[in-house]
Ligand binder design. Structure first.
Ligand code: ATP
Length: 270
């Protein structure tokens, strides 16, 4: 039986309005939306559509969300997989899985391929070859490079990949015609945090007049994922206390709880 390597979504509902803040990144990636919507407009003039872009930034800042929004905006299929799945689950078959993935995406093009945690496959080659190296990973990486080179200029598949460790990536990945564009996706500033709160407060039953700027001020260093987490936790706390609407105190308690969690995580790391 064939384990599933990648997800395919043909009706992505996520759009740029689901991605709060990140104005610069959205502006840069808008170009890719335009290519996907109307590839001929560009190729007719002899231009080559880019093959890939690397989304670089800390965990939980919306890289996956942004990639999905590109598919949703352009209304194209979204093929996604995680680099760590590759390396952990598909011993001996990584390269052939990469081939399958590109074949399927080309059949449905224009399309997006999204590779999360590309560093798991894309780390510089030949660094840990004491024990003969990690051949499996290198084969997979080589196949990925081959596929990107072999695309042909009008295959209309764009590969987006995410990492928080651009520094460890094999330089071959960044060469022209591969991931030759980097888009930075940073932690949100205070204004962006207020916007992210707005998105994640929308589905909650809450008291009137919650102050987004106040909430943003309580959450320095939080990622978008942390803020989504705060909003959900606040709703759970309110429910536990038999409230009929989530109030300011529930948010403060949720922030406390998440800060506690973040501190613990950091302690384990350092
Ligand atoms: P990782 O590097 O850990 O894979 P990521 O950068 O891909 O993280 P996402 O998976 O896109 O982050 O974010 C996780 C969740 O956090 C999103 O599904 C969304 O709910 C929320 N989130 C993150 N960033 C934003 C944002 N800018 N606007 C709205 N929601 C956000």
């Amino acid at each position: 039986s064939k384990a599933r390597l990648f997800d395919e979504k043909n009706d992505v509902k996520t759009t740029f309005k689901d991605v709060a803040g990140l104005e610069g990144a959205k502006e840069e990636i808008q170009e890719i939306v335009e290519f996907l919507k109307n590839p001929e407009k560009f190729t007719n003039l002899g231009g080559k559509i880019p093959k890939g872009a690397l989304l670089v930034g800390p965990p939980g800042t919306g890289k996956t969300l942004l990639a999905k929004a590109v598919a949703g905006e352009a209304q194209v299929p979204f093929f996604s997989l995680s680099g760590s799945d590759f390396v952990e689950m598909f011993v001996g078959v990584g390269a052939s899985r990469v081939r399958d993935l590109f074949k399927q995406a080309k059949e449905k093009s224009p399309a997006i391929i999204f590779i999360d945690e590309i560093d798991a496959v894309g780390r510089a080659r030949g660094k840990n070859s004491m024990s003969g190296g990690n051949d499996e990973r290198e084969n997979t990486l080589n196949q990925l490079l081959t596929e990107m080179d072999g695309f042909g200029s009008n295959s209309n598949v764009i590969v987006l990949a995410a990492t928080n460790r651009a520094d460890v990536l094999d330089k071959a990945l960044m060469r022209a015609g591969r991931f030759d564009r980097q888009i930075f996706v940073d932690l949100p500033d205070i204004r962006e945090r207020a916007e992210i709160f707005k998105v994640h407060l929308a589905p909650l039953k809450k008291v009137e007049g919650l102050d987004l700027d106040f909430l943003a001020k309580q959450t320095p260093g939080f990622s978008g994922a942390d803020i989504a987490n705060v909003c959900n936790e606040a709703a759970l706390i309110a429910a536990r206390n038999n409230k009929t609407a989530v109030d300011k105190q529930d948010f403060l308690d949720a922030v406390d709880r998440i800060v506690g969690g973040l501190e613990k995580k950091n302690k384990i790391i350092t």
